[in-house]
Design a protein around this ligand. Structure first.
Ligand SMILES: Cc1ncc(COP(=O)(O)O)c(C=O)c1O
Length: 357
């Protein structure tokens, strides 16, 4: 595979951020992007070029019928000056699984990974180094063929952009409040819940606004059929420590995104001797358990935060406080284990880390 690297005048390089203190999330983008076009039934050679707007025909399929998929992953600066990717093969595989669901062409995982590494190498000076910061990676594919009428596009654009990002918890590791959606649902069996496609997120915006009214930063989705079983959160999977067993929703119904962090958390918990079940747990059991002491901890898993402890669930017009709004021991331990591997502070016994350089 040949990667074309388009040069541009140094005077067009962006002014880099002056401090890593206020990076936030998804606000700053680096100088370059990786782009691959799909035409006449085949992918062309990848090109790394100046980060710049994309020109689309106003009738492009993606703009009307949302034929779009994306990924979210991170690169981490290590104490020895390297850059680590965390299980990037998993993201490439999930990207292709999303592509199949949305009738889009798959991207060769080798090209995905090599292209990503090349891009990061060129942009390495943008990778922040302070604790908790990362270089967020957003691979995306859109159907760009012009023309109205619901059908899969013939032409596609795959691109990767990079965004230096601050810590998920700028004020330190702390509990978050979650709003349980009783009426609206995220994904039904047979739908697109297990694909990372923009429409799933667009459909969640209305409830996200409602959650904010109650001071909640995230929405917990229940299963679409019974509105009873806990499934996942807006951009994370979720785990419940209930009666000393860790539960997370199974992936079998196809309504839950198969999180890379979810899979890693399951492995770490099991290897740590904890009992973990991928089984349905009802919201009633969770809420009753908060008062009986059976629900001792709740935490989310996702690329954004790695592990984020949940301090309360807002359900049926009431805030139910978990573990006195304190971070539980299991959440703390898993957060530490996971982030230590990601940031290269400890040996990675699982082969999860891929070094960029
Ligand atoms: C809906 C949803 N669930 C779960 C996750 C967590 O997945 P991962 O651990 O791969 O980031 C994400 C984030 O990508 C998500 O958007």
């Amino acid at each position: 595979m040949k990667i074309n690297i388009e040069s541009f005048p140094e005077t067009e390089l962006k002014q880099k951020y002056s401090s890593e203190d206020n990076l936030g999330f998804g606000k700053i983008f680096t100088d370059r992007m990786l782009v691959i076009e799909y035409k006449n039934g085949a992918w062309e050679d990848p090109t790394i070029k100046k980060y710049s707007p994309i020109t689309l025909d106003p009738s492009a399929i993606v703009l009307h019928y949302a034929q779009e998929i994306f990924e979210g992953q991170k690169a981490f600066s290590t104490p020895d000056g390297q850059i680590n990717l965390f299980r990037p093969d998993r993201n490439a595989a999930r990207f292709n699984s999303s592509a199949r669901r949305m009738m889009m062409p798959e991207v060769d995982p080798e090209i995905y990974l090599t292209g990503l590494k090349e891009l990061i190498k060129l942009e390495k000076d943008w990778a922040p180094k302070s604790p908790g910061t990362s270089l967020y990676i957003r691979p995306t594919m859109i159907g760009i063929e012009p023309g109205l009428g619901v059908r899969p596009s013939t032409d596609y654009l795959f691109y990767i952009i990079l965004s230096p990002s601050g810590p998920y918890f700028p004020e330190g590791f702390q509990c978050v409040k979650i709003f349980v959606s009783e009426f609206y649902i995220r994904a039904a069996p047979g739908g697109t819940g297990s694909a990372k496609t923009g429409g799933n997120y667009a459909a969640s915006l209305l409830v996200g606004g409602e959650a904010e009214n109650y001071g909640c930063s995230q929405v917990l989705w229940l299963d679409a059929i019974h509105k009873k079983y806990v499934e996942e959160v807006g951009a994370s999977n979720i785990f419940f420590v209930y009666d000393d067993v860790i539960y997370t929703a199974p992936l079998t119904s196809g309504t839950v995104l198969p999180g890379v962090t979810r899979d890693s958390t399951i492995q770490l918990a099991k290897d740590g001797g904890m009992t973990l079940k991928e089984e349905a747990l009802s919201i009633d059991e969770v809420i009753e358990g908060i008062y009986s002491g059976k629900t001792s901890e709740v935490f989310m898993s996702g690329t954004a935060a790695s592990i984020a402890p949940v301090g309360s669930l807002y359900y049926q017009n009431k805030e139910h406080i978990i573990n006195n709004f304190e971070i539980g021991d299991i959440s703390k331990k898993l957060y530490r284990q996971l982030t230590d591997i990601q940031y290269g502070k400890v040996e990675d016994p699982y082969g999860w880390i891929v070094r960029v350089m």
